[in-house]
Design a protein around this ligand. Structure first.
Ligand SMILES: [Zn+2]
Length: 80
């Protein structure tokens, strides 16, 4: 089932989905450097502090990034 990420971000962040802030801590680029993530036709932002979360524990971001729980897993190994 396709999830419209832009729609989710409109709901989470309000009308302006292009506002630049970390998807985890929601700090803006006024406070921290932000790294752009291009995902499902949306541009998301993450700060260096939380980039390791995306890399190592993407499942923790599953509520913010649909499908994130599967980012770190091999294609089809049920044992992970
Ligand atoms: Zn952050």
């Amino acid at each position: 089932m396709q999830v419209d990420l832009a729609h989710i971000y409109n709901e989470v962040y309000g009308m302006n989905s292009s506002e630049e802030k970390c998807i985890v801590c929601e700090r803006s680029s006024n406070d921290v450097p932000l790294i752009p993530l291009h995902y499902q036709n949306a541009t998301l932002w993450i700060c260096p502090q939380h980039l390791p979360v995306l890399i190592h524990k993407p499942e923790q971001l599953a509520d913010k990034l649909p499908g994130a729980a599967g980012f770190g897993k091999p294609d089809s190994h049920p044992h992970g």
